[in-house]
Unconditional design. Structure first.
Lengths: 113, 117
């Protein structure tokens, strides 16, 4: 079984500030890890994924995440927030290709001017 | 690039009515997943199909059924609708494949917003 915990249901940063969204997972086997973004009234868009290759993963829109096995974490970062980054972010885990995704509770990112 | 298509995008039903949601996966994708996202909630897995066979089952109510057709599109049938079924229903697709050409990523459609009155 697998589970995902996102620390902080709401995160607020100033425009230009560092964005850090936290994700911790539990899994019985090496997992696949994903970050999805959801803009209001829209679907889920893949930001980036970890699939046991490089532990530092770069995604779209300047986001990146680092897989740390010892900490069972996959935190999402972006050096400088833009207003357009305001959205809901979901961390998700699956055990294998073709398996269901288990999502964390989501983190709503707010960006202040 | 072609994306996952879902129809309808919005649906309003009365309690105890039935609803059918449709999902057309990305071309070549052989696996379809259904998720339900309640208001302010994270998406919850309902059911998935690989090559037209049910591959996994999550928290799908007995009132719901689904299938994947020969052209790989999928339909989620919902009967005896309840107020609590009001949610955003996502379909996702991926390529699991047979010859190691699988892709881990599930690509999501825009969702069908169901409102039960």
């Amino acid at each position: 079984a697998q589970s995902v915990t996102q620390l902080g249901s709401h995160v607020s940063v100033s425009e230009g500030a560092l964005v850090l969204l936290r994700c911790n997972y539990s899994s019985s086997v090496p997992p696949y890890l994903f970050w999805y973004v959801q803009y209001p009234n829209q679907g889920l868009q893949l930001l980036l994924k970890y699939t046991s290759a490089a532990t530092l993963v770069k995604g779209i829109n300047g986001f990146e995440a680092e897989f740390k096995k010892s900490e069972t974490s996959f935190h999402l970062t972006k050096p400088s927030a833009h207003m357009s980054d305001a959205a809901e972010y979901f961390c998700a885990v699956s055990l294998n290709a073709g398996n269901m995704l288990t999502f964390g509770g989501g983190t709503r990112l707010m960006v202040k001017p | 690039a072609a994306g996952v298509i879902q129809s309808p995008r919005h649906l309003i039903k009365e309690k105890r009515e039935t609803a059918t949601l449709k999902c057309y996966p990305i071309p070549r994708h052989d696996t379809v997943y259904w998720y339900q996202q309640g208001p302010g909630q994270d998406p919850q897995f309902l059911i998935s199909f690989y090559e037209k066979m049910q591959s996994d089952k999550g928290s799908i109510p007995d009132r719901f059924s689904a299938q994947q057709f020969s052209d790989y599109h999928s339909e989620l049938n919902m009967s005896s609708l309840e107020l609590g079924d009001s949610a955003l229903y996502f379909c996702a697709s991926s390529l699991v494949g047979l010859a190691g050409d699988y892709q881990e990523t599930q690509y999501f459609g825009p969702g069908t917003r169901l409102l039960v009155l």
